[in-house]
Ligand binder design. Structure first.
Ligand SMILES: Nc1ncnc2c1ncn2[C@@H]1O[C@H](COP(=O)(O)OP(=O)(O)OP(=O)(O)O)[C@@H](O)[C@H]1O
Ligand SMILES: Nc1ccn([C@@H]2O[C@H](COP(=O)(O)O)[C@@H](O)[C@H]2O)c(=O)n1
Length: 230
């Protein structure tokens, strides 16, 4: 069967990657978490001391370093999911920290960062057979994707899910901090100049606030089958 391109966009922590990963595994497509790429660049900038005390970014230093930032994914046999590597180092855990979460959106708003990462993402999807999640996949990375989904859920529901996840992993978590972070990122992501977060006109919208993971998985599979005749 002819493979297609699947773009899954939406707000922070609404379940995009959970849905995207499950679908990709089931239909044998490649899965790419583009948020991990912006997080890896942010980790690089943090480690390089490119954030000032006021949170401002040394954009000249980051731009000069961009060509030397290599982000790659390798399948983790134990989890069945791709892990993120920054210049060959496994950084999957580090990029999920609250510190990275609170610095990532201003980095992702920088035009030269987006230009570099979008080019890599488009290359990854050249052969189709890809499920990519992020904020601008259906609007900027693959505007011609055959299936576009835009996921939403209330901010409190999303913060609670992230809180539960961090607690389950034994990581520090404060509900109010997480909620604030989710709301701040949504605001910055939706208001930046270059490819702001928005629903593509031809995307199907899903509010999964009251859905279980199994229900949203079945919903996505049904749409995929409907679009491809699988
Ligand atoms: N329908 C659901 N019900 C309950 N928990 C869910 C549901 N969907 C996803 N989750 C959980 O919510 C958390 C966030 O999900 P996920 O990481 O998939 O979101 P995301 O949109 O990819 O987030 P991010 O924007 O940070 O990349 C995870 O712990 C996931 O297991
Ligand atoms: N296509 C994308 C993907 C992500 N971002 C930015 O990265 C942040 C982290 O993404 P997560 O999916 O891991 O939450 C996100 O808040 C955006 O600022 C992006 O701009 N474009």
């Amino acid at each position: 069967m002819k493979k297609i391109t699947i773009a899954i966009d939406g707000f922070s922590s609404c379940g995009k990657s959970t849905m995207a990963k499950d679908l990709a595994r089931e239909i044998g497509y490649i899965y790419v978490d583009t948020g991990a790429m912006y997080r890896a660049v942010t980790l690089f900038a943090m480690r390089g001391g490119m954030f000032g005390a006021d949170g401002g970014i040394d954009t000249a230093a980051l731009e000069a370093a961009m060509n030397g930032i290599v982000i790659s994914f390798r399948l983790n046999e134990a989890t069945g999911c791709p892990d993120t590597y920054l210049n060959g180092e496994l950084v999957e855990k580090e990029i999920r920290s609250m510190e990275v979460s609170s610095h990532v959106s201003p980095v992702a708003a920088l035009p030269f960062v987006r230009k570099a990462l979008v080019a890599q993402q488009q290359k990854m999807g050249e052969e189709k057979g890809i499920v990519m999640d992020g904020r601008d996949i259906g609007t900027a990375v693959f505007p011609d994707a055959e299936l576009k989904v835009f996921v939403t859920a209330s901010a409190r529901v999303r913060a609670q899910r992230r809180f539960d996840e961090l607690r389950a992993k034994g990581m520090p978590a404060d509900f109010d901090d997480i909620l604030k972070n989710v709301e701040q990122r949504d605001y910055i992501d939706s208001h930046r100049e270059v490819s702001p977060l928005r629903k593509a006109d031809d995307a199907v919208e899903l509010d999964n606030s009251t859905m279980t993971i199994a229900e949203q998985k079945a919903w996505l599979m049904d749409i995929f089958k409907e679009r491809t005749g699988a």
